[in-house]
Write a protein that binds this ligand. Sequence first.
Ligand SMILES: [Zn+2]
Length: 489
Amino acid sequence: MLCRAVAVELEVTRELNRLLYSVESAYLGIVREVVAYAVKHNVTNATQLHGLFYSKYRLEYPSLNSQLVIQAIRQAVQIAKSFIARRRKGLVNKPYPEVKAVSIRFVVTTWSYEEFVKSIAPVRLELSLLGVRRVVWLRLHKRFWLYWWRVLTGEAELASTLMIKRRLNRWYAVFIFKLKPRQEVPQRVVAFDINENTVAVGRINLASTVGMVADWNRQYMVPELYAIKTDFGKLAKRYERIRNTIIKRLKPGFALPSGNYVNVANTREFRKHMKRLREEDRKLGRVRQVASELTKTPAIIITEDLGKNPQESMIEDIGKDELRHRIKQTPFKALEKAVGDKALERGSKIFRVSSYRNSRVCPVHFVRLEETNDWHTLYCPLGHYVDRDYASVINMNWKLTPEPWTKGVWWNLRKKIDWKEYEGKSNPIIPYEIVKYIHAALKTFMASKESPAVLARGCPMNHHRIQNEGGGEETTHALQGGEEVRSAQ
Ligand SMILES: [Zn+2]
């Protein structure tokens, strides 16, 4: 289920402000104490902790709604659990988690949920605070109304738990909307492949009716190939430089009497500087942009099955430290997740194919490609160059069709596959008609004289020649026709 959180500021009088503060401090106090106990005694069983603490806090805070006590204990359990898990992995260096702020959870009985969801235009709610139920007015905004409209049309549901949260002395209600996946007719097949600095895209537009396939204007059937610039690698490089400068500047302040230095990267000072740079925010912004671009129209989206830790398998045979670092900084998983989320929301469907040989085989001739002196460009022994990324996205498309299973992309598999087993079967996500269409489009692509040229993004000679550099740097929409068919040198 897809969730979206929407924060709405509360109209707060001085009296309400005081009330909210006291509820918050009681709630935070409970969370902190329970977390400290749980971590110290290594107890993370919710029932056990509830048994130990519930009556104690009911006595201590008699006017606090009992549900808030229960929720505070539950929240503490979650915090303690994740802290212990992180400690086990060696990711923490403090003995206890520092709980600085909490969002107070109001379950269905502690706020006016029933009335709220029945309303066409809710502008206020009621909260149970220290023995009294308070009316609270909301400062609603466009984003809230957008999701509320979806609730009214049945495309979304409002979760019954409400969170109240303070930030910079303002109070917010956080509503959680559960979105229902949309059902749409796919209009495109989009394959994408994530690289260090670009996302390569291969797009086939689908004819509105399958009957059109036969006499469909062939030029529309040829897959469009292009790359979206992300520059994750460049971004990482830049931040790496800034990072080093900051370390150099801070270092003198952290000299030990012995003449050694404290590891500056672990200091609070350093973290403060890094936070100001907002590297993660910037990266996330770009991730969202790409996800939005790929899911603009309802489509069948194809991507490689990345596995659990894509970076690790990629850097296996790369020696250079700097490049390893950059690949690690490429947000493969975040991008995949963002595309998945957006796809659900907008009625697209994701289909994952194996990454086996995607960028090793010529998608036109099904022969093994050879390396050139440019990492981006591969050479087909049948006499043309192929851009590594484009080969990859076209081959992903091939993997959806029945033909190449036995041919090219999968050939020479050590493991024998019984192809009869797959005969006449199509996968459940992609309707067979569409598979047929993709197949036809790819065949057209193979038959076209220009296609090998389309596949080559540029002459290997005028690239910046950086070996193993993992991403097309200078190409945004670099499609060119007809100039790159070169015979073997
Ligand atoms: Zn070829």
